[in-house]
Design a protein. Structure first.
Length: 141
């Protein structure tokens, strides 16, 4: 995997896309969207912790001298989690289409929200780890 130069704001693009995708799925696909969102919030916390731990030992961001760009090291972790995210979302939507009554099953609503939150939380945890860790090192924290 190759290193990529990017602006700092692009670092947050993927987590924002998955947050929007997960939130819209919970709101539009479920009969109990409020409980789905509560479950998604719990999943975001769990996934954020997992993502932080997974990216903790990985290569760090570098600042490109003389520019506002950062260099994000190439790692298969991001690609793996994108594939896992798409497979999980596909399975959840597939089950809803095959068995439409699942929309009204409270447990399915909770599981849908939790899995959506965990998936997005992993991306947020990893991204925040990459973003904050070099800044702590620069400040001597």
């Amino acid at each position: 995997m190759n290193d990529r130069e990017m602006e700092v704001k692009r670092l947050f693009l993927l987590p924002l896309i998955f947050l929007f995708w997960g939130g819209s799925g919970v709101i539009n696909e479920l009969a109990f969207p409020h409980w789905g969102m509560v479950s998604m919030l719990a999943g975001l916390l769990i996934g954020g912790s997992v993502g932080w731990l997974l990216w903790r030992s990985g290569p760090r961001l570098k600042i490109k001298e003389g520019t506002d760009l950062i260099i994000r090291p190439g790692t298969p972790l991001t690609l793996i989690f994108i594939i896992v995210a798409f497979a999980t979302k596909f399975a959840l939507i597939f089950f809803l289409n095959v068995e439409p009554d699942l929309k009204y099953a409270f447990n399915f609503n909770l599981m849908f929200g939790l899995l959506s939150g965990i998936i997005d939380g992993v991306f947020w945890g990893g991204t925040l780890n990459l973003y904050f860790t070099p800044r702590q090192a620069e400040k001597g924290i």
